[in-house]
Design a binder for this molecule. Sequence first.
Ligand code: DLL
Length: 432
Amino acid sequence: MAWNDEFECMPLEQMQKFQLAKLKETVNWVIERVPFYRKKFAEAGIKADDLKSLADISKLPFTVKNDLRDNYPFGLCAVPMNEVVRIHCSSGTTGKPITGPYTADDLDQWAECMARDLWAASLRKGDIVQNAYGMGLFTGGLGFHQGASKIGCAVVPTSSGMTERQIMLMKDFGTTALFCTPSYALTIAERAEEMGMPIKEMPLRVGCFGAEPWSEAMRDEIEQKMGITAMNTYGLTELGGPGMAFECEARKGLHINEDHFLVEIIDPVTFEPVAEGQRGEMVLTSIQRRAMPLIRFRTKDITTLTRERCACGRTLVRMDRITGRTDDMLIINGVNVFPSQIESLLSEIDEVVLQYLLIVRKKRHLDELVIRVEGKKEVFDAGAGRVAVVERKISEHIKGVAGLGATVELVEPKGLKRSEGKAVRVVDERPK
Ligand code: DLL
């Protein structure tokens, strides 16, 4: 049983009819209320009535992050300020943030999407949940708070940071579910071990993680270190935050809340739609939000879609975990590299833990990739010779599989800065 069987298990044809009606409604809504969209649609010579089928969405112009920046703070807002009841912002650290206004109805929809998400992750009334996503402007904290509250869980809004206190509360309160970024989950697990309070011996049973890229290897590591089931949640500020897509017990991709978000996968170079199962950039349209609906927003996130039947019974389309972004793709001496690719290669080396930092810099005219990764204690105990052997082993592995030359620097255990929110995995020092 899903949280909302009617929509989560709706037959495809019926869902598509619903989506087309909501899409037209939203296109009319923004044309009437947002000068930016009115102008764009007029230039493209398109009206809501021209949308005869969902495929016609490809006639509509894209919206990109810069459109939101250019219209900062509320140029894309489609309702008067007295109908806005909440404003969140993106977690970006440079320049002006992306603003995310909500009407009261938008907030209800968000809580509904999050309840579906957390229900699918097995949360129920009676669970004690520790919400260690940053509480504030970031959509993670309040998004998860509302969803868990709607289900009826006991929510402990710890926010991120103060790791020792997190662990103490987790033990004292008998926390059964943890919400945070996957990198912070590992930070908590490690600190708990150092404190002699292994999470494995606590009642914690499930974690709902997201907000940053992570791999299956990282999932295994979290599950093994904490003795829990780790579930994946996806979302972005522009589309209202987490809860856009979520994993069910089958854990074969993330179900997209399609009655709220229309999804397309395009080739990021030609902008043409790709076939089902093909990798490409995800483009999203919010079809029920009213404060700031976005039409064909280019997420830059790379994934694939599948409509294959899911064992859980939900009919909602599934996306694969995000494997990279079109814009965090590093090009190192002409080789395209995703940090997630390097993470997965590092996970195949027994002598390291998955804490790493990629530094890209110029060495004379060439790009140089430095991979700083933490070695296990026993490697350092065995002396400098052993450290050098492991460094060579890693660089040969990366060269062999990815064809990429890299300088590997093994760092002592706990030598890299731990994250309390989204982990910083790449430092690009090349002149722009
Ligand atoms: O990170 C919303 C969120 C909060 C999602 C809590 C999940 C949990 P932004 O700060 O706007 O919003 O960042 C959105 O983060 O475009 C992806 O590149 C990345 N991202 C989010 N969730 C995942 C995930 C929140 N599960 C950007 N896997 C997105 C991989 C993710 N990347």
